[in-house]
Structures are given as C-alpha cells and as structure tokens.
Design a protein around this ligand. Structure first.
Ligand code: 13P
Length: 341
C-alpha cells in the first residue's frame, strides 16, 4: 500500500469525534471478564457477546474502528455475516491484535517482553485478506523497585518497531501500544519519568526501523499516580502531565494518540480524556480513546450473559461511546452521565 493510503487510514482512525473500541481480549482475559458476571467462557458466549458489541446501532458515529482478537475476526453473526464484513458495511474498521502476549523477560525479574514477531509477515498477509486495515501490538512496562530497566524498555521498543515496519510493508496501519502499568504505589512524577523514557525509546526504534510516522497511531497510557499511591493526582494534573509528557516525546508527524484505560473506572477515563482536549486546541496530534474496559464495563455488567439484556447492554455501550466521543472534542461534562443514550 502506498504511503498516502496508510496516512489516510491512520487519519480516519482519529477522525473528529471518533475513537476506537478495543474488543481484542485474549481467551484468558475474556474469561476473567466473564467470571465477573458468572458467565461461562464458551466460544458461543464469546461470539454472542462480541456480536452484541459489533451490531450496536449508531456506534459508528463515535467509533472509527474496533480491535478484534484472532478468534473474533473469523467469527460471524448468528445469521452468518462475517464480523469484518458487517463492520465494514457500518463504516467501522476491523482492526486486529497481532502480538502473542507479554512473556517473562530473561534475566529481568518482574519484567516482560512481548512476543509474536516469528511468522508475523505471513499472519499480517492473512489478516489483510480478512479485511483488517490496522493492527495492534501491546508491550507492558512495569514500575517497581529498580524497574523498569533499560533492557526491558529497549527490548519492547525494538519489538514494537519491528512489528510496525512489518505492518506497513503489508499495508496495515500499526497501532503501537507501550503500556506503562497502573499497578503500584508510585507517584505521578515517577509515571511521567517512565512514560517519557518509554516513548523516547519507542520513537527512536521506530525511526531506526524506517517506520512512517504519518501512517502510525500511538496507543498510550495516561500519566497517572499508581493505583495504590497514598494520594492520587486529580483530573487536571493527569491531563497536564500527560500532555507535557507527550509533547516531550511524541513527534508532531504522528496523526493521533489514542489512550488505553488500563484499569481506570469508566467515568474517570472519560474525564481525563476530556480534560486533555479541553486544555488546548493547538496540539499537533488528535487525542482520543481506544478503551476496552472503560467502554465495555457497563455493557458487560448489563448483559450479564443473558440474550434478554442485549438491547440494554447496547444502550449502555452507546452511551459510554457517546460520552467518550464528546471527551475527544473536549465537550464532555459530568451532567451528561445521567442523560439517556
Ligand atoms: P483497557 O482499556 O481495558 O486497558 O484495554 C486496552 C487494550 O489495550 C485493549 O486493546
């Protein structure tokens, strides 16, 4: 695919008022989510739940794309329409998670490196055939005593850059996700430091691997206090620190940054995104969302494994997506939480 096509696809992913819905939970992760609603994690239940999300009427107004898992991109609606085809007909891009998960990094206790480069060229060609215009790869960086190490940050940056180059070769927009985990009792300043180091290493590796930034999307974690920090930074501080960190480390050529929610409550994730977009109108990149939990949680709890709750679950998803769309434009307010979808 030409550079122009990659650039156009990347820009469409972050079109005004739009973000990404991540539904790419691996089988062990979706099992954890189903456990919380006491629902058996069978292939049919996974399919039925994803069908509910994908067929939610009007979602395309707020969502430019969805990230699917390998199993999901091959599944169809109950009346036989393949998910990627249905999404395309609605104007939603069917993205695909292509990493093989974060594994222990040898010689680095407590740290992980993401695997999945072997055979990736062939897998990307197949996903392209299945209709995917973009792909996602997630690396995780843990903050703790003496970590992250340079070895961990660089190994993950290298993996992300190799994956991104292969994506562009195959004509897919790479969504590069270096997630700095929320776990821990660290301060927001420590999260800033680690996020900056991680992003600087990532963009240096992307440059080395000749990745076209105009055809790339960054999926970033926000700069936050650790989940168990004694006092946690408020919404304004999170917005200011996250933007300051991105300005230092993310080149202006990138069309957009979409955030993961990473364990934030749905309303918290929306408020943070809104505050960032409300601060200033002169950022070089769009700032939007690519949440999984913070978009799905109300819908998952409403569905609770029962087809009878399908419509109410879709209403809950629609409402959350609408609020985050408003937040991507800096137009969200808490009062909107109470309005019906
Ligand atoms: P969360 O928004 O639940 O952190 O998930 C993000 C993600 O990477 C899924 O693609």
């Amino acid at each position: 695919m030409s550079a122009q096509k990659l650039e156009a696809a990347a820009q469409a992913m972050v079109a005004d008022g739009k973000g990404i819905l991540a539904i790419d939970e691996s089988s062990p992760t979706i099992k954890k989510r189903f456990d919380t609603i006491k629902t058996e994690c069978t292939e049919e239940n996974r399919r039925a739940y994803r069908e509910l999300l994908i067929t939610c009427a009007g979602l395309e107004e707020f969502v430019s794309g969805m990230i699917l898992f390998d199993e999901t991109i091959r599944q169809s609606t109950s009346d036989g329409v393949p998910f990627p085809e249905l999404m395309k007909n609605k104007g939603i891009m069917p993205g695909i998670k292509v990493d093989k998960g974060a594994k222990d990094l040898a010689g680095h206790p407590g740290e992980k490196v993401t695997e999945g480069l072997d055979g990736l060229r062939d897998r990307l060609a197949e996903y392209r055939e299945l209709g995917a215009p973009f792909a996602k790869w997630r690396a995780v960086i843990t903050i703790g005593d003496g970590i992250p190490s340079l070895g961990c940050i660089e190994a993950n940056a290298h993996g992300l850059a190799r994956y991104a180059a292969l994506c562009q070769e195959a004509g897919l927009v790479p969504m590069v996700e270096p997630e700095v985990l929320l776990d821990g009792n660290h301060s927001i300043e420590r999260c800033f430091e680690v996020t900056e180091a991680t992003l600087r290493a990532l963009f240096s590796s992307l440059h080395q691997q000749r990745v076209l930034l105009e055809g790339t999307i960054l999926k970033a974690s926000m700069v936050l206090s650790g989940k168990n920090a004694p006092s946690r930074a408020g919404v304004e501080a999170v917005a200011e620190q996250t933007i300051a960190c991105l300005k230092r480390s993310v080149p202006a050529a990138l069309p957009g940054v979409v955030f993961l929610s990473g364990g934030q409550a749905p309303q918290e994730a929306t408020a943070h995104l809104n505050a960032m977009n409300a601060i200033t109108g002169d950022l070089p990149w769009k700032l939007s969302f690519s949440y999984s939990r913070a978009l799905q949680e109300p819908a998952l709890n409403t569905w609770a494994g029962s087809a009878a709750n399908g419509k109410s679950a879709q209403d809950a998803l629609h409402h959350r997506a609408q609020l985050n769309s408003a937040a991507s434009l800096g137009k969200y307010s808490e009062a909107m939480e109470k309005q019906a979808a």
